[in-house]
Design a protein around this ligand. Structure first.
Ligand code: BTN
Length: 326
């Protein structure tokens, strides 16, 4: 019930009368009053005025099931949505739950990860109370060669949500790092099960540096956060709800076409590597190419000094900047 009341208060910019809440939820005034008090104890600042009702002034920065659900405009999460105060890795949790039959479209969120995983076997620093770590479990009816494009769907969703909340213009380092002021603020790790005889699923894991301002020495040259780059402190539950709704939007577009053509132009506009020299690392060998843009299959088109073009696939190469991270 608390979640429903929060949803009411979140959707209303002014006061909402106690009676309106009672009627909509079919509960007594006392029950509403008790819930409001309990929300206040959790840190929600709620103004109560006689004959006007209740008004939400400020939400605490909690990453709970209640806070995330109350910020979602529609019922856009078709599966389960669970929040953990601490977990090894949300990707691992999503895989465990997938094995137990969790439904398509489930979302697993953590305030902190003790074994956060990055790409290429790296760790993903995941301290509590400031950032967002979550994984989306999908059971798509798509051919296997479409799966790597899910990462691009997620990148586009995060980039658009970042722009909305910061008022800045984020960029994407192909295939899936989101940058603000050339600093990495988000990483995405997509994993799929390859076991024969088990149901096929994909886990899209997303880590976003939201309010953190200090980074470990070895990543501080390249890492940023939404707060550090924009100066704004961001409410994580509300921001996560925005990311999830953009994910739904882009996933729907991608699913219909089975490629990234519906948002190719937007993606390429954000592509930080576009028109720049990049270092391709392929089977340990380095090659310098100029990146031209992404194609509708999600491959990066590059050109060599002789003008020969080639489309490279993210599973096959890693792209590095010539002088550093970008
Ligand atoms: C990268 O190296 O850029 C990818 C980082 C992905 C991190 C996220 S945080 C949520 C999910 N759980 C993990 O253990 N990793 C991903």
């Amino acid at each position: 019930m608390k979640e429903k009341i929060l949803q009411f208060l979140n959707r209303q910019s002014g006061f909402v009368s106690g009676q309106k809440i009672c009627d909509a939820l079919g509960v007594s005034r006392t029950a509403v009053w008790k819930c409001i008090n309990s929300l206040k104890e959790e840190g929600y600042e709620i103004e109560s005025v006689t004959r006007k009702g209740y008004r939400l002034l400020q939400s605490p920065d909690l990453l709970t099931r209640e806070s995330v659900l109350s910020c979602l405009k529609d019922n856009i999460v078709p599966g389960e949505l669970l929040c953990f105060s601490s977990i090894d890795s949300t990707n691992e949790e999503a895989k465990r739950r997938a094995g137990e039959g969790a439904p398509d479209g489930s979302v697993y969120i953590a305030d902190r990860q003790t074994k956060g995983k990055g790409r290429r076997g790296k760790t993903w620093s995941s301290p509590p109370g400031q950032d967002i770590f979550f994984s989306i479990l999908l059971r798509p009816d798509l051919p296997a060669d479409c799966i790597s494009m899910l990462t691009l769907v997620a990148a586009m969703a995060v980039a658009e949500a970042v722009d909305q909340v910061t008022g800045m213009s984020s960029q994407i380092k192909w295939p899936n790092d989101i940058l603000l002021n050339q600093k990495k603020v988000c990483g995405i790790l997509t994993e799929m099960n390859v076991e024969i005889d088990s149901d096929y699923y994909v886990v899209v894991g997303i880590g976003i540096n939201v309010n953190r301002t200090e980074f470990d020495e070895e990543i501080s040259f390249m890492a940023g956060s939404l707060k550090k780059e924009s100066g704004k402190t961001i409410n994580r539950a509300s921001f996560l709800a925005t990311v999830l709704s953009y994910f739904c939007k882009y996933y729907g577009m991608f699913h219909e076409k089975r490629d990234v053509s519906p948002f190719l132009e937007n993606y390429n506009e954000k592509l930080v590597n576009r028109g720049h020299e990049v270092k391709l690392v392929r089977k340990g060998e380095e090659q310098i190419r100029t990146a031209l843009g992404m194609n509708e299959k999600g491959e990066l088109i590059v050109v060599d000094e002789q003008g020969r073009k080639e489309a490279v696939f993210s599973g096959e190469v890693s792209v590095r900047g010539i002088y550093g991270y970008v």
